[in-house]
Design a protein around this ligand. Structure first.
Ligand code: 0X9
Ligand code: ZN
Length: 316
């Protein structure tokens, strides 16, 4: 069995390695962890997740990772966080781990992820063929049914990297993810969608710059807490923040916007990890642990601020 020591976070792992590691974790922590199945991918792979819960009555945090196939730092960070939540002796990490319920999907776009390992390192989309084009795949982060394809937030060209798909939830991975999140939404206070790169925290809205979300001020205060905590680390890097449409570009049908707009998850971000462009998606593995530590202490500060602002009350 692949132990965490062997897993190591010194290089990027394949889907098979991540799944073997996950099986080992689930076997070693049978009381605290529970495996769950999000659903099946287009190519028939099982999309898996892990719930970590030390006690009942905790607020819930959902982490979606590797929806974009080539963003390998996201699953490396998600698995490192899982390991820390289960094994760290740091009191700050223990409190973080034990006072929230974690729902973590390390690799959502499983078909695309395998494709990046076996065929094309720079693949982003899903792997479902198009009925109207020879181009393959949909941008899964444009496929959620929330302001889908509005305001040039996605492309209708199947060959585009930000193709929204023939209709919302056309991608089995995204339909399954939406149904899974909807089924537990009353237990989820915070949605974090892991991406790379650019070092950004992006809040709703993604579909328009013309309007701000109702709790915009809180979303900015919470994002600032994350950014400040990251920057305060000895090797910490600079994170900028704002609404997705304001800071980056208009993008409709993204996970965190759908969670916010349609599932009433009021704290919902896209987090773009390291770096700022030197290596981009092909981030050298020496960045895995420092990036993951930034995420860990960023999330500590983010959730502390959420608690202060009253967002971690039990919803049901
Ligand atoms: O374009 C995207 O989907 C994300 N950037 S990436 O380079 N990882 O592809 C940003 C999405 C942010 N926009 C919304 N959340 N609406
Ligand atoms: Zn991405």
């Amino acid at each position: 069995r692949a132990s965490s020591d062997e897993f190591g976070w010194k290089r990027y792992n394949s889907l098979a390695e991540i799944e073997a590691w996950l099986d080992d974790i689930l076997a070693r922590y049978p009381v605290i962890t529970e495996g769950f199945v999000v659903g099946q991918s287009y190519e028939g792979r099982t999309i898996r997740g892990i719930k970590i819960s030390y006690k009942s009555g905790n607020p819930g945090v959902f982490i979606e990772s590797n929806i974009h196939a080539r963003e390998w730092i996201t699953s490396a960070t998600a698995t490192w966080l899982i390991n820390q939540f289960l094994t760290s002796d740091d009191p700050l990490v223990r409190t973080l781990a034990e006072s929230h319920d974690w729902y973590i999907v390390p690799v959502l776009n499983v078909d695309g992820f395998v494709y990046t390992h076996e065929k094309d390192r720079m693949w982003r989309k899903t792997r479902q063929p198009s009925a109207i084009s020879s181009c393959v795949g949909v941008d899964p982060n444009r496929n959620y049914d929330s302001h889908w394809m509005e305001n040039d937030g996605a492309s209708s060209n199947p060959c585009a990297e930000n193709y929204g798909g023939p209709q919302p939830f056309s991608e089995p991975e995204i339909k399954a993810m939406s149904e899974f999140v909807a089924s537990i939404k009353d237990k989820v206070n915070v949605m974090l969608a892991f991406h790379s790169y650019s070092q950004l925290l992006l809040s709703p809205y993604g579909h328009t710059e013309e309007e701000l979300p109702p709790n915009f001020d809180d979303l900015m205060e919470v994002a600032k807490a994350y950014a400040d905590a990251v920057e305060a680390l000895p090797y910490g890097t600079v994170y900028r923040y704002g609404t997705a449409a304001g800071v980056l570009y208009t993008a409709s049908g993204a996970t965190n916007d759908w969670a916010y707009n349609e599932q009433d998850i009021q704290i919902s971000y896209t987090i773009e990890f390291r770096d700022t462009g030197r290596y981009g998606f092909i981030l050298p593995p020496v960045h895995i642990v420092p990036n993951a530590e930034e995420a860990l202490f960023g999330i500590v500060a983010l959730l502390d601020k959420c608690k202060d602002l009253g967002y971690l009350a039990i919803k049901y």
